[in-house]
Ligand binder design. Sequence first.
Ligand code: NAD
Length: 442
Amino acid sequence: MKLAIIGAGYVGLVTAACFAEMGNEVICVDADKAKVEALEQGRIPIYEPGLEDYVKRNFQENRLTFTTELAPAVEKSLVIFIAVGTPQDQDGSADLSMVLQVAKDVGRYMNGYKVLVEKSTVPVGTAAKVRQVIDRELKARGEAFEYDVVSNPEFLKEGTALDDFMKPDRIVVGCDDVRVGELMKELYGPFVRTNHPIIIMDVVSAELTKYAANAFLATKISFINEIANICSMTGANINMVRQGIGSDRRIGNLFLFPGLGYGGSCFPKDMQALIHTANSLGYTPRILEAAEAVNQDQRRLFLEVIRRHFKGDLAGKVFALWGLSFKPQTDDIREAPALTIIPALLEAGARIQAHDPEAMAATRQHLGDPPAVSYAPSSYEALNGADALVVCTEWSKFREPDFERMKSLLKAPVIFDGRNLYNPDKMAKLGFAYFHVGQKEL
Ligand SMILES: NC(=O)c1ccc[n+]([C@@H]2O[C@H](COP(=O)([O-])OP(=O)(O)OC[C@H]3O[C@@H](n4cnc5c(N)ncnc54)[C@H](O)[C@@H]3O)[C@@H](O)[C@H]2O)c1
């Protein structure tokens, strides 16, 4: 099929590369000229394992092209995926300006029947808004082309995005027409050969499904963090409690790790957007609000532990900080815990020596290079002369470090572990002051 993917970010680029991999002819459009130029030269603007190979191969074999020009992409394609950002607006709602701009341009350039697919995460009712915008454009042009608007939310996870896209647990398609449902089934057929379902539903249900999925996962994280906080007061061991409940199949072991709370480009904004949707309908979503409140508190509590250890005086202290991305295997720092922890430590007069395998450039750009923050080329170099180590992201290489070497580099053997990577008993034997999430308060 001839496809256009609008937006070459974490979702758009993966979508484009994977559809091309299956033999489709894909035009990927992005408004960012520098991004498109980089992609045309074989440089991938984001870190996503495996993506470079896919993009290069399909680009070289002419199934995948990149452009800043929306008009020819719309004219040549039957199915047009909108994969632009839907960031949080000031009132918590999803900012739909980029989605509606694309809808407007599609209305302006369409030259026959098109299927417009919402791949971006958009609130209930967006398909109707997209229709209004397109109809207005078509009317102004004096045209009456037929088209369908489909909701096809994306469930990929950064860090394993290719695998998630190529072998999805399920595909959700919201559409109001049986024929367009069949078309989407045909498009996605090669991805579900292991019989994972393509679930066809109405548009509104599909739009809500994405928010419900993210809200559930975010709530699961806040739930285990709340239990960890109760553990810290009762002396119960959160690692044991986690295993004890996770082995119940109704609960499951996944997504049950206490830590610094959820971050990233999706959960925080999608929770806010869903809360906003509910509130605007006169409903108070108490579970969602509580999950958000627990999440906001989680980083504050962690900072409290650090402050308490240093008796409230962080001025002049040097912190090694491992992990800047919001989770491992990505360079995405949107809503990353480190971006809360670093400014708070800086404000208290501390200095930071940070290391991350992939996210240092993005962090440097985000923070604007304050003199009290330096970036170390390796995790060990970050420890040099530091008063303590703070672990913010659970990259694999942080899991089994050389503790003796760490001790020799740190000024004092102190670790604040926001990801519960290490065994507390082992750390005590090694002579570390080791603070983790859910630890009994002293
Ligand atoms: N990142 C994820 O893990 C993930 C997972 C599932 C769903 N989503 C959803 O997918 C959507 C995209 O997320 P993302 O992380 O890929 O965003 P992103 O910011 O990485 O990428 C969006 C891209 O769209 C481009 N763009 C903006 N306006 C444009 C226009 N008018 N024409 C062409 N290009 C334009 C931007 O330049 C950018 O490259 C969001 O709604 C998000 O909630 C994201």
